[in-house]
Design a protein around this ligand. Structure first.
Ligand SMILES: *Cc1c(COP(=O)(O)O)cnc(C)c1O
Length: 402
């Protein structure tokens, strides 16, 4: 297809795919094998497999060095980390969050018996819009939970001002934002605490894992107890706890991931810039931009597809790309407020979220990470350009094929 300009050569219409191997969004970065295997040997030799062992402790110290936050409490995943944090802060009633996030943000709130109240985003930043929060506050509201979507920090100053005005707690789901900065300061140190994810699909990973970052000594001590059954010392349970511990092998993977973090970010960054070049002149396609004066992990390359200008919709573009083995995908579709467990909430929860509903129809995440090359991205750019050049024709043929 690449040389010609006819859509019959597109794989979606029976041509050979542009890529023989699929390119994935969120493909795990495995890192250097030898250092990981050496760490595994030392874990096996020591017989210390979990329970806050040396790997977890050094992983936490590395996270604290990188973020400059006093305490990074490693946990088994970010979802449980959020649950532990919500209980650790003593939240109750209702928590305000964006609908445009991964389901885990809302589930963590609901799982501990609180009610998620969804607020709209700023369409320019894809993040929680501080100006929309006041309308959602009720006497039961206790906290605002911001999400740094794509690693682009929330309007933290704006959120902090609303939180102060209404005496609400402020915490962040920073699952996307490890290694990113806001006004030059690392994410991790804002609000009362922030939660990172080190899930396999995140750019730094521990297979499954996460960490809660906070500068509050008392909160950190409480979080450490809660992740370990509420235990203080060997057998004194001082509060309701859970099992949120990270295992030694997970921390070994995390340390290995952190060894390579600069190279991983450099690869992601150059991929992001390559995508900007490859997609920037295509009508109806606009890449979600990063502020290059801040640090970012560039782990997500996301674009908005404006269907009228592009001549075809986001979902049709994804069908075209997936047939070429470019496994681009919708991200945060259809928005948490449209998901079964939350759709049935009261009328106030269902208040329409126009910017969110507009955005969930438009965003597409592209494959990136060290396994994706500049040449791959130029090919993807040519595929997108071809699809847009023939947008209406492709749209009509795909509709006819259904
Ligand atoms: C990945 C992710 C989570 C969940 O992280 P886990 O470590 O898999 O529990 C939460 N929120 C957002 C925004 C995420 O992307």
């Amino acid at each position: 297809m690449i040389s010609g300009d006819t859509i019959d050569l597109l794989a979606v219409f029976g041509g050979a795919p542009a890529f023989t191997q699929p390119l994935h969004v969120g493909r795990p970065n495995v890192g250097a094998r030898q250092p990981f295997l050496e760490r595994v040997e030392s874990i096996l030799d020591s017989k210390r497999l979990t329970n806050n062992g040396p790997q977890v402790q050094s992983f936490e110290r590395r996270l604290e060095e990188i973020t400059g936050v006093r305490h990074c409490v490693a946990v088994c995943n970010a979802t449980v980390g959020l649950e532990i944090l919500i209980r650790g802060l003593g939240l109750s009633g209702e928590v305000i969050l964006p609908s445009f996030t991964f389901a885990a943000t809302a589930s963590a709130i609901a799982w501990v018996g609180l009610r998620p109240i969804f607020c709209d985003i700023d369409p320019a930043t894809h993040n929680l819009f501080p100006g929309g929060i006041e309308a959602a506050i009720s006497p039961r509201t206790t906290a605002i939970l911001g999400v740094h979507v794509w690693g682009r920090p929330c309007d933290i100053d704006g959120l902090r001002a609303v939180a102060r005005r209404h005496s609400l707690h402020l915490l962040f789901d920073a699952a996307h934002a490890f290694g990113c900065t806001y006004r030059g300061r690392p994410i991790g140190g804002f609000g009362e605490a922030e939660v990172f994810s080190f899930h396999a699909t995140k750019f730094a990973n521990t297979f499954e894992g996460g960490a809660i970052a906070t500068n509050d000594d008392d909160l950190a001590a409480r979080l450490r107890r809660t992740r370990n059954f509420g235990l203080q010392g060997a057998d004194q349970v001082v509060e309701v706890g859970t099992n949120g511990k990270m295992s030694e092998i997970a921390a070994a993977m995390g340390l290995t991931s952190l060894d390579d973090i600069d190279q991983t970010v450099a690869a992601n960054r150059s991929n992001y810039l390559e995508y900007l070049g490859a997609l920037s002149d295509i009508p109806g396609i606009s890449v979600a931009r990063h502020d290059l004066s801040e640090q970012c992990n560039f782990q997500y390359v996301v674009a908005e597809v404006d269907a009228p200008a592009a001549g075809l919709g986001r979902d049709d573009l994804i069908r075209v790309l997936q047939a070429e083995n470019v496994l681009a995908r919708r991200y945060f579709y259809p928005g948490c407020h449209q998901m079964d467990p939350y759709r049935s909430h009261s009328a106030r929860d269902q208040a329409s979220l126009p910017a969110t509903e507009w955005l969930v129809q438009r965003t597409v995440a592209f494959p990136t990470g060290p396994a994706v090359s500049a040449q791959d991205i130029r090919t993807i750019g040519r595929l997108v350009a071809l699809a847009v050049r023939h947008g209406p024709e492709i749209q009509a043929r795909l509709a006819g094929a259904e």
